[in-house]
Design a protein around this ligand. Structure first.
Ligand SMILES: Cc1ncc(COP(=O)(O)O)c(C=O)c1O
Length: 460
């Protein structure tokens, strides 16, 4: 054993006096009153209200800590609480909160194995993110027609399935629901996944089951512009533990989500290079409340929709949107098809003149990221570098789909003659009566009424 010299004996590790006994610098919270007041400002509180908030919080000791991060936060996590609300609301085993609906889609695709050499079938009418995230996952988007429900046409999906199809992506558009039974059947027969994009229809149901929980995975946008949400957030939900774990990995490649962050891979495919799509606690806190409010909102919207359509008179040559589950849809918009685009414009203009906020889905040549025709990133196979990945991927052993502006003519036709109007959850019975009277007045000025039938009795 070596003997210690005098200097070594003085080391604290050898029983000597500690060199550092007290640090005077105060520990200050990183997030405190100033940030709180910035938020009050962002949300547009008046100076008087801000003064009152300041009085209430200025002496509140907030302590140190990460505050707005989900993981390693000493307080109960708001994002955890949001996920618990979501599991309760949707009835799924697993829910993962992320920072957007787009990141949720990419994460679900990657988790499900949508990647090089594979295809995912998306509808020709959806927000572009549904298709763009397929490309971000390095797979090939195959674009399918919609039908009179304004959602993906299962008959066209059947035509577009190939041995490379890894996922079908039904999108529940504008609060209505896809025809999930035939889609699930097709997926089963062809051994592929169903990944539901429920960004526009959170809370909707199909045959008594919440949309987003019928397929293998459900994706949601929880942003300000969506039915549930007030900022920027997204969700992936599933009952499958393996898919959930892979989704967790993609959303946080730093692996903070793992029970033992630095442990070796627990199963083949658990760990791969992902990204960071973690959700902030700030968003989590807002969305806990958003999900708590959702059932009451849904009940109000459904009541308004039903009251409104019960007052509508069906007319010849006017086809109501085919709603696949009337009790289950959210019901925040009403749509119908005129016989042609010009007449749809005439009806929308007449409705506007009556005081109804109606418009035609596709108007003139106005560009719109919801319509495949304008997805030139895909139609012209644009990619972030000149090598053209994934469209030139050697693992993709087939001709690319016949990308062209006119590849889904039925979708373009339907959207060009579809008149759409919003329905507020707050409409009173009298509001519904006035608005329905206006719609009946305009339709009645051009069309013969169909007696003895309800609005949704009319089918193509
Ligand atoms: C159908 C659909 N999918 C995905 C998204 C993307 O969601 P986010 O804007 O949260 O990324 C949207 C948003 O508009 C959408 O409407």
């Amino acid at each position: 054993m070596s003997t210690l010299n005098e200097a070594q004996k003085q080391l604290a590790v050898n029983g000597g006096e500690k060199a550092v006994t007290a640090i005077e610098a105060p520990s200050q919270p990183k997030v405190g009153v100033d940030e709180f007041m910035e938020l009050a400002d962002t949300w547009g509180f008046s100076d008087e209200a801000k003064g009152r908030i300041l009085d209430a919080i200025k002496d509140e000791p907030l302590g140190g800590g990460p505050h707005l991060t989900r993981y390693y936060n000493p307080r109960p996590s708001k994002v955890d609480a949001m996920e618990a609300e979501v599991r309760e609301f949707l009835g799924t085993k697993y829910a993962l909160a992320l920072h957007s609906g787009t990141s949720a889609l990419e994460t679900a695709y990657v988790a499900g194995g949508v990647g090089p050499g594979t295809e995912a079938i998306v509808p020709a009418y959806t927000f572009f993110a549904t298709a763009a995230a397929v490309v971000a996952a390095k797979a090939i988007p195959v674009i399918a027609e919609i039908d009179e429900s304004l959602t993906i046409d299962p008959l066209d999906v059947a035509k577009k399935i190939t041995p490379r199809t890894k996922a079908i992506v039904p999108v529940h558009m504008i609060g209505t629901v896809c025809d999930m039974d035939p889609i699930m059947k097709l997926a089963k027969e062809n051994d592929c996944l169903v990944i539901e994009d429920t960004a526009q229809a959170a809370g909707s149901e199909y045959h008594g089951k919440r949309c987003g929980t019928i397929g293998d995975m459900g994706c949601f946008s929880i942003s300000s512009y969506k039915y549930i949400g007030a900022g920027e957030a997204g969700l992936v939900v599933t009952d499958d533990e393996r898919l959930f774990t892979r989704a967790q990995n993609h959303h946080d490649t730093g692996a903070c989500w793992r029970p033992d962050r630095y442990a070796e891979e627990r199963f083949d495919g658990e760990l791969f290079c992902g990204t960071n799509y973690r959700l902030s606690e700030l968003e989590g806190a807002v969305n806990v409340v958003q999900f708590q409010k959702a059932p009451a909102r849904l009940a109000r919207n459904r009541k308004v929709y039903k009251t409104f359509v019960s007052l509508l008179q069906p007319h010849k040559d006017i086809l109501p949107q085919q709603v696949r589950d009337l009790d289950g849809q959210v019901g925040y918009r009403l749509q119908f098809f005129a016989a042609d685009a010009a007449h749809a414009q005439t009806l929308a203009a007449a409705l506007q003149a009556e005081g109804v906020g109606a418009s035609v889905m596709v108007s003139g040549g106005a560009r719109d990221w919801h319509i495949y025709k304008y997805w030139e990133h895909i139609l012209k196979q644009k990619s972030s570098t000149p090598v053209g990945c994934p469209f030139t991927c050697p693992y993709y052993e087939a001709e690319l789909p016949p990308y062209a502006e006119d590849m889904c003519p039925r979708t373009l036709d339907l959207l060009s003659r579809c008149v759409s109007m919003g329905l507020s959850e707050w409409y009173t019975e009298d509001d519904c009566k006035q608005l329905a009277a206006a719609v009946n007045k305009v339709l009645g000025a051009f069309h013969e009424p169909i007696e003895g039938a309800g609005w949704h009795d009319i089918t193509p």
